[in-house]
Write a protein that binds this ligand. Structure first.
Ligand code: IMP
Ligand code: ZN
Length: 367
Protein backbone atom coordinates (compact mmCIF):
# COMPACT_ATOMS: atom_id res chain seq x y z
CA UNK A 1 0.00 0.00 0.00
CA UNK A 2 1.36 3.44 -0.87
CA UNK A 3 1.55 6.27 1.63
CA UNK A 4 -1.32 8.15 -0.06
CA UNK A 5 -3.60 5.07 0.08
CA UNK A 6 -2.82 4.67 3.78
CA UNK A 7 -3.65 8.30 4.41
CA UNK A 8 -7.15 7.72 3.09
CA UNK A 9 -8.06 5.79 6.21
CA UNK A 10 -9.06 7.94 9.14
CA UNK A 11 -8.23 5.45 11.89
CA UNK A 12 -9.82 7.56 14.62
CA UNK A 13 -13.10 7.93 12.74
CA UNK A 14 -13.12 4.18 11.90
CA UNK A 15 -15.71 2.62 14.26
CA UNK A 16 -13.82 0.10 16.34
CA UNK A 17 -14.36 -2.68 18.87
CA UNK A 18 -12.04 -3.00 21.88
CA UNK A 19 -12.22 -6.35 23.67
CA UNK A 20 -9.05 -6.51 25.75
CA UNK A 21 -8.54 -3.44 27.93
CA UNK A 22 -7.66 -3.51 31.64
CA UNK A 23 -9.33 -0.66 33.49
CA UNK A 24 -6.39 0.35 35.72
CA UNK A 25 -3.91 -0.06 32.88
CA UNK A 26 -6.01 2.11 30.57
CA UNK A 27 -5.93 5.22 32.77
CA UNK A 28 -3.98 7.99 31.06
CA UNK A 29 -1.06 9.56 32.88
CA UNK A 30 -2.82 12.92 32.64
CA UNK A 31 -5.83 11.49 34.48
CA UNK A 32 -3.57 9.95 37.15
CA UNK A 33 -1.90 13.34 37.47
CA UNK A 34 -5.25 15.12 37.96
CA UNK A 35 -6.22 12.65 40.69
CA UNK A 36 -2.82 13.06 42.31
CA UNK A 37 -3.06 16.88 42.24
CA UNK A 38 -6.41 16.81 44.07
CA UNK A 39 -5.27 14.28 46.64
CA UNK A 40 -2.00 16.12 47.21
CA UNK A 41 -3.83 19.42 47.75
CA UNK A 42 -6.10 17.70 50.28
CA UNK A 43 -3.14 16.05 52.05
CA UNK A 44 -4.49 12.60 51.12
CA UNK A 45 -1.42 11.16 49.37
CA UNK A 46 2.32 11.04 49.87
CA UNK A 47 2.89 9.42 46.46
CA UNK A 48 5.14 11.08 43.91
CA UNK A 49 3.60 12.80 40.86
CA UNK A 50 2.64 10.07 38.32
CA UNK A 51 4.24 12.16 35.59
CA UNK A 52 7.56 11.67 37.44
CA UNK A 53 7.01 7.99 38.22
CA UNK A 54 5.81 7.21 34.68
CA UNK A 55 7.13 10.01 32.45
CA UNK A 56 5.14 10.74 29.28
CA UNK A 57 6.80 8.84 26.44
CA UNK A 58 8.12 5.99 28.60
CA UNK A 59 6.49 2.79 27.36
CA UNK A 60 9.21 0.16 27.71
CA UNK A 61 7.76 -1.64 30.71
CA UNK A 62 8.54 -5.35 30.62
CA UNK A 63 6.89 -8.20 32.52
CA UNK A 64 9.19 -7.54 35.52
CA UNK A 65 8.56 -3.80 35.82
CA UNK A 66 4.94 -3.76 34.62
CA UNK A 67 3.04 -5.55 37.40
CA UNK A 68 4.65 -3.63 40.31
CA UNK A 69 3.38 -0.37 38.72
CA UNK A 70 -0.08 -1.30 39.95
CA UNK A 71 0.77 -2.58 43.42
CA UNK A 72 3.24 0.22 44.22
CA UNK A 73 1.48 3.11 42.53
CA UNK A 74 -1.87 2.97 40.73
CA UNK A 75 -3.71 0.97 43.41
CA UNK A 76 -2.39 3.29 46.12
CA UNK A 77 -3.60 6.36 44.22
CA UNK A 78 -6.98 4.98 43.08
CA UNK A 79 -8.11 4.00 46.55
CA UNK A 80 -11.57 5.50 47.06
CA UNK A 81 -14.93 5.90 45.36
CA UNK A 82 -14.17 9.34 43.94
CA UNK A 83 -10.89 8.36 42.24
CA UNK A 84 -12.39 5.09 40.94
CA UNK A 85 -15.32 6.94 39.35
CA UNK A 86 -13.09 9.74 38.02
CA UNK A 87 -10.60 7.34 36.43
CA UNK A 88 -13.29 5.03 35.01
CA UNK A 89 -15.06 7.99 33.41
CA UNK A 90 -11.78 9.22 31.96
CA UNK A 91 -11.06 5.78 30.46
CA UNK A 92 -14.52 5.63 28.87
CA UNK A 93 -14.15 9.11 27.39
CA UNK A 94 -10.71 8.28 25.99
CA UNK A 95 -11.94 5.13 24.22
CA UNK A 96 -15.03 6.91 22.86
CA UNK A 97 -12.95 9.84 21.61
CA UNK A 98 -10.77 7.33 19.75
CA UNK A 99 -13.77 5.99 17.80
CA UNK A 100 -14.48 2.91 19.90
CA UNK A 101 -18.17 2.04 19.57
CA UNK A 102 -18.14 -1.13 21.65
CA UNK A 103 -15.87 -1.72 24.62
CA UNK A 104 -15.35 -4.71 26.86
CA UNK A 105 -13.51 -3.37 29.84
CA UNK A 106 -11.99 -5.80 32.31
CA UNK A 107 -11.00 -5.26 35.90
CA UNK A 108 -9.92 -7.20 38.98
CA UNK A 109 -12.37 -6.54 41.83
CA UNK A 110 -10.41 -4.82 44.57
CA UNK A 111 -11.31 -3.79 48.08
CA UNK A 112 -10.47 -0.29 49.28
CA UNK A 113 -10.38 -0.70 53.06
CA UNK A 114 -9.46 2.89 53.92
CA UNK A 115 -12.58 4.04 52.05
CA UNK A 116 -14.75 1.27 53.51
CA UNK A 117 -15.37 -0.36 50.13
CA UNK A 118 -15.44 -4.09 49.54
CA UNK A 119 -15.07 -5.88 46.18
CA UNK A 120 -18.81 -5.82 45.54
CA UNK A 121 -18.87 -2.04 46.08
CA UNK A 122 -15.98 -1.78 43.61
CA UNK A 123 -17.83 -3.68 40.87
CA UNK A 124 -21.07 -1.79 41.52
CA UNK A 125 -19.25 1.54 41.32
CA UNK A 126 -17.65 0.68 37.99
CA UNK A 127 -20.96 -0.55 36.54
CA UNK A 128 -22.82 2.53 37.82
CA UNK A 129 -20.21 4.81 36.30
CA UNK A 130 -20.57 3.08 32.93
CA UNK A 131 -24.39 3.32 33.10
CA UNK A 132 -24.29 6.98 34.05
CA UNK A 133 -21.82 7.69 31.26
CA UNK A 134 -24.04 6.00 28.68
CA UNK A 135 -27.10 7.89 29.93
CA UNK A 136 -25.43 11.28 30.13
CA UNK A 137 -22.94 11.53 27.29
CA UNK A 138 -24.44 10.80 23.90
CA UNK A 139 -21.95 11.66 21.17
CA UNK A 140 -22.15 15.07 19.51
CA UNK A 141 -21.22 13.47 16.18
CA UNK A 142 -19.62 10.34 14.78
CA UNK A 143 -20.90 6.83 14.23
CA UNK A 144 -22.74 6.34 17.50
CA UNK A 145 -22.66 5.86 21.20
CA UNK A 146 -20.01 3.63 22.72
CA UNK A 147 -21.61 0.73 24.58
CA UNK A 148 -19.59 -0.99 27.29
CA UNK A 149 -19.71 -4.35 29.01
CA UNK A 150 -17.64 -5.46 31.98
CA UNK A 151 -15.39 -8.51 32.40
CA UNK A 152 -14.20 -9.48 35.88
CA UNK A 153 -10.62 -10.68 36.15
CA UNK A 154 -9.26 -13.44 38.33
CA UNK A 155 -5.62 -12.71 39.10
CA UNK A 156 -3.23 -15.67 38.72
CA UNK A 157 -1.97 -14.86 42.23
CA UNK A 158 -5.47 -15.27 43.71
CA UNK A 159 -6.38 -18.17 45.96
CA UNK A 160 -9.27 -20.40 44.91
CA UNK A 161 -11.63 -18.76 47.47
CA UNK A 162 -10.71 -15.34 46.05
CA UNK A 163 -11.43 -16.58 42.54
CA UNK A 164 -14.72 -18.06 43.72
CA UNK A 165 -15.63 -14.67 45.12
CA UNK A 166 -14.99 -13.10 41.71
CA UNK A 167 -17.34 -15.71 40.23
CA UNK A 168 -19.97 -14.83 42.85
CA UNK A 169 -19.73 -11.18 41.83
CA UNK A 170 -20.04 -12.11 38.18
CA UNK A 171 -23.12 -14.21 38.99
CA UNK A 172 -24.60 -11.28 40.85
CA UNK A 173 -23.99 -8.65 38.17
CA UNK A 174 -24.50 -10.77 35.05
CA UNK A 175 -27.71 -10.28 33.13
CA UNK A 176 -28.42 -13.21 30.77
CA UNK A 177 -30.64 -11.14 28.46
CA UNK A 178 -27.94 -8.44 28.18
CA UNK A 179 -30.53 -5.69 28.44
CA UNK A 180 -28.27 -3.38 30.41
CA UNK A 181 -24.66 -2.72 31.29
CA UNK A 182 -23.57 -5.93 33.00
CA UNK A 183 -20.76 -8.39 33.69
CA UNK A 184 -20.48 -10.60 30.62
CA UNK A 185 -17.42 -12.73 31.34
CA UNK A 186 -14.56 -13.83 33.56
CA UNK A 187 -10.89 -13.38 32.66
CA UNK A 188 -7.66 -14.90 33.94
CA UNK A 189 -4.87 -12.31 34.06
CA UNK A 190 -1.97 -11.20 36.22
CA UNK A 191 1.71 -12.00 36.46
CA UNK A 192 2.34 -15.06 34.23
CA UNK A 193 5.12 -16.21 36.57
CA UNK A 194 2.48 -17.19 39.15
CA UNK A 195 2.40 -20.92 38.37
CA UNK A 196 -0.55 -22.73 39.89
CA UNK A 197 -3.49 -22.02 37.61
CA UNK A 198 -4.92 -25.54 37.74
CA UNK A 199 -6.71 -24.75 41.01
CA UNK A 200 -9.00 -22.30 39.14
CA UNK A 201 -10.85 -25.02 37.21
CA UNK A 202 -14.01 -24.80 39.40
CA UNK A 203 -14.26 -21.11 38.47
CA UNK A 204 -12.88 -20.86 34.94
CA UNK A 205 -13.71 -24.20 33.36
CA UNK A 206 -16.95 -23.62 31.49
CA UNK A 207 -17.95 -27.24 32.25
CA UNK A 208 -17.62 -26.76 36.04
CA UNK A 209 -20.93 -27.28 37.88
CA UNK A 210 -21.33 -23.63 38.93
CA UNK A 211 -20.52 -22.37 35.45
CA UNK A 212 -23.01 -24.69 33.78
CA UNK A 213 -25.74 -22.93 35.72
CA UNK A 214 -25.01 -19.69 33.82
CA UNK A 215 -24.07 -20.65 30.27
CA UNK A 216 -24.41 -17.03 29.12
CA UNK A 217 -21.47 -15.97 31.31
CA UNK A 218 -18.39 -16.22 29.07
CA UNK A 219 -14.67 -16.75 29.65
CA UNK A 220 -11.56 -15.21 28.16
CA UNK A 221 -8.06 -16.16 29.26
CA UNK A 222 -4.61 -14.59 29.01
CA UNK A 223 -2.90 -17.30 27.01
CA UNK A 224 0.78 -18.04 26.31
CA UNK A 225 1.87 -14.56 27.30
CA UNK A 226 5.33 -15.51 28.56
CA UNK A 227 7.47 -18.59 28.12
CA UNK A 228 7.01 -19.49 31.79
CA UNK A 229 3.22 -19.75 31.29
CA UNK A 230 3.31 -21.55 27.95
CA UNK A 231 4.01 -25.23 28.50
CA UNK A 232 1.82 -27.49 26.39
CA UNK A 233 0.47 -28.90 29.67
CA UNK A 234 -0.71 -25.48 30.89
CA UNK A 235 -2.07 -24.38 27.53
CA UNK A 236 -3.89 -27.70 26.94
CA UNK A 237 -5.52 -27.31 30.34
CA UNK A 238 -6.59 -23.75 29.57
CA UNK A 239 -8.06 -24.85 26.24
CA UNK A 240 -9.83 -27.77 27.89
CA UNK A 241 -11.74 -25.18 29.94
CA UNK A 242 -13.27 -24.11 26.62
CA UNK A 243 -12.71 -20.38 26.89
CA UNK A 244 -14.80 -18.31 24.49
CA UNK A 245 -11.77 -16.20 23.57
CA UNK A 246 -8.06 -16.12 24.38
CA UNK A 247 -5.65 -13.18 24.60
CA UNK A 248 -2.03 -12.66 23.43
CA UNK A 249 -1.38 -16.22 22.10
CA UNK A 250 2.39 -15.75 21.77
CA UNK A 251 4.47 -18.79 22.79
CA UNK A 252 2.60 -21.70 21.28
CA UNK A 253 3.67 -25.01 19.76
CA UNK A 254 2.24 -26.43 16.54
CA UNK A 255 0.07 -28.80 18.61
CA UNK A 256 -1.49 -25.91 20.49
CA UNK A 257 -1.93 -23.93 17.30
CA UNK A 258 -3.91 -26.78 15.80
CA UNK A 259 -6.02 -27.06 18.94
CA UNK A 260 -6.82 -23.34 18.75
CA UNK A 261 -7.83 -23.60 15.12
CA UNK A 262 -10.03 -26.53 16.12
CA UNK A 263 -11.75 -23.98 18.37
CA UNK A 264 -10.25 -24.30 21.78
CA UNK A 265 -10.11 -28.01 22.29
CA UNK A 266 -13.34 -29.05 20.72
CA UNK A 267 -16.35 -26.93 21.60
CA UNK A 268 -19.50 -28.23 19.93
CA UNK A 269 -20.70 -24.98 18.45
CA UNK A 270 -19.29 -24.21 15.00
CA UNK A 271 -18.13 -20.63 15.20
CA UNK A 272 -14.88 -18.80 14.65
CA UNK A 273 -12.63 -18.47 17.65
CA UNK A 274 -11.74 -15.02 19.01
CA UNK A 275 -8.09 -14.08 19.49
CA UNK A 276 -7.36 -10.78 21.25
CA UNK A 277 -3.98 -9.60 19.93
CA UNK A 278 -2.16 -6.63 21.46
CA UNK A 279 0.68 -5.48 19.21
CA UNK A 280 2.24 -2.47 20.96
CA UNK A 281 2.05 -4.06 24.37
CA UNK A 282 3.84 -7.19 23.09
CA UNK A 283 6.52 -5.18 21.27
CA UNK A 284 7.18 -2.54 23.96
CA UNK A 285 7.21 -5.11 26.76
CA UNK A 286 9.62 -7.35 24.80
CA UNK A 287 7.13 -10.22 24.94
CA UNK A 288 7.92 -11.15 21.34
CA UNK A 289 11.32 -11.14 19.72
CA UNK A 290 11.60 -8.57 16.97
CA UNK A 291 9.42 -5.65 16.04
CA UNK A 292 5.93 -5.14 14.65
CA UNK A 293 6.63 -7.00 11.40
CA UNK A 294 7.47 -10.12 13.41
CA UNK A 295 4.25 -9.97 15.44
CA UNK A 296 2.12 -13.11 15.18
CA UNK A 297 -0.78 -10.98 13.92
CA UNK A 298 0.76 -11.76 10.52
CA UNK A 299 0.27 -15.50 11.05
CA UNK A 300 -3.27 -15.30 12.31
CA UNK A 301 -5.26 -12.54 10.69
CA UNK A 302 -6.23 -14.55 7.62
CA UNK A 303 -6.94 -17.78 9.52
CA UNK A 304 -10.57 -18.49 8.60
CA UNK A 305 -11.48 -20.43 11.76
CA UNK A 306 -10.32 -17.59 14.00
CA UNK A 307 -11.31 -13.98 14.43
CA UNK A 308 -8.40 -11.71 15.25
CA UNK A 309 -9.38 -8.64 17.23
CA UNK A 310 -6.80 -5.89 17.62
CA UNK A 311 -6.74 -4.62 21.21
CA UNK A 312 -4.73 -2.23 23.37
CA UNK A 313 -4.36 -4.15 26.68
CA UNK A 314 -3.04 -1.20 28.72
CA UNK A 315 -3.13 2.01 26.70
CA UNK A 316 -2.22 4.09 29.78
CA UNK A 317 1.07 2.23 30.09
CA UNK A 318 1.99 1.44 26.48
CA UNK A 319 0.64 4.69 25.05
CA UNK A 320 -0.84 3.37 21.80
CA UNK A 321 -4.54 4.03 21.24
CA UNK A 322 -6.66 1.54 19.35
CA UNK A 323 -6.69 3.83 16.29
CA UNK A 324 -2.90 3.68 16.32
CA UNK A 325 -2.92 -0.11 16.60
CA UNK A 326 -4.98 -0.22 13.38
CA UNK A 327 -2.57 2.22 11.75
CA UNK A 328 0.35 -0.01 12.79
CA UNK A 329 -1.34 -3.06 11.30
CA UNK A 330 -2.01 -1.21 8.05
CA UNK A 331 1.56 -0.01 7.91
CA UNK A 332 3.46 -3.15 8.91
CA UNK A 333 1.26 -5.78 7.26
CA UNK A 334 0.09 -3.81 4.24
CA UNK A 335 -3.65 -3.92 4.88
CA UNK A 336 -5.71 -1.58 2.71
CA UNK A 337 -8.95 0.18 3.55
CA UNK A 338 -11.26 -2.74 2.74
CA UNK A 339 -9.14 -5.16 4.76
CA UNK A 340 -8.98 -2.80 7.73
CA UNK A 341 -12.78 -2.33 7.71
CA UNK A 342 -13.30 -6.11 7.41
CA UNK A 343 -10.87 -6.75 10.25
CA UNK A 344 -12.69 -4.29 12.52
CA UNK A 345 -16.13 -5.68 11.59
CA UNK A 346 -15.21 -9.33 12.12
CA UNK A 347 -14.84 -8.60 15.82
CA UNK A 348 -18.64 -8.35 16.03
CA UNK A 349 -18.84 -12.15 15.80
CA UNK A 350 -16.90 -12.67 19.01
CA UNK A 351 -18.16 -9.92 21.33
CA UNK A 352 -19.82 -11.10 24.53
CA UNK A 353 -22.89 -8.84 24.29
CA UNK A 354 -26.17 -10.15 22.88
CA UNK A 355 -27.74 -10.08 19.44
CA UNK A 356 -29.21 -6.56 19.80
CA UNK A 357 -25.76 -5.12 20.29
CA UNK A 358 -24.36 -7.15 17.41
CA UNK A 359 -27.12 -5.82 15.16
CA UNK A 360 -26.37 -2.25 16.21
CA UNK A 361 -22.68 -2.73 15.40
CA UNK A 362 -23.47 -4.27 11.99
CA UNK A 363 -25.40 -1.08 11.23
CA UNK A 364 -22.73 1.40 12.24
CA UNK A 365 -19.41 -0.25 11.43
CA UNK A 366 -17.85 0.54 8.08
CA UNK A 367 -17.86 -1.99 5.27
P1 IMP B 1 -7.24 -3.82 36.87
O1 IMP B 1 -7.61 -5.26 36.85
O2 IMP B 1 -8.33 -2.91 36.37
O3 IMP B 1 -6.75 -3.40 38.23
O4 IMP B 1 -6.05 -3.63 35.83
C1 IMP B 1 -4.69 -3.87 36.13
C2 IMP B 1 -4.39 -5.35 36.32
O5 IMP B 1 -4.62 -6.03 35.10
C3 IMP B 1 -2.94 -5.63 36.66
O6 IMP B 1 -2.70 -5.62 38.05
C4 IMP B 1 -2.70 -7.02 36.09
O7 IMP B 1 -3.06 -8.02 37.02
C5 IMP B 1 -3.68 -7.09 34.95
N1 IMP B 1 -3.01 -6.93 33.66
C6 IMP B 1 -2.89 -5.82 32.92
N2 IMP B 1 -2.21 -6.08 31.79
C7 IMP B 1 -1.91 -7.37 31.82
C8 IMP B 1 -1.23 -8.23 30.92
O8 IMP B 1 -0.73 -7.87 29.84
N3 IMP B 1 -1.10 -9.52 31.32
C9 IMP B 1 -1.62 -10.00 32.48
N4 IMP B 1 -2.27 -9.22 33.33
C10 IMP B 1 -2.42 -7.93 33.01
ZN1 ZN C 1 -4.21 -8.24 29.27
Amino acid sequence: MTQSQKDEIDFTALPKIELHAHLSGSISRQCLHEIWLKKKAEGKTDLEDPLVVMPEGKHDYDLKTFFPLFSTYTYRLIDDAWSLRYSTLSVLRDFAADGVVYLELRTTPREMPAAGLDKEDYVRLVLDTISQYEAAEPPASGPGMMHTRLILSVDRRNTLPEAQHVLSLAEKFHSPDDRNVNVVALDLCGDPSAPDIYKFAPVLDSRAPRRRLIPTLKTTLHFAEAECSSSDAELSTLLSWQPDRIGHVIHISQTIREAIVARGGGTDEKRPYGLELCLSCNVHAGMISGGFEEHHFGEWWQEKDCVVVICTDDVGVFGSKLSNEYALVAHHFGLGRAEICALARRGIDVIFAGEDEKARLREIMWT
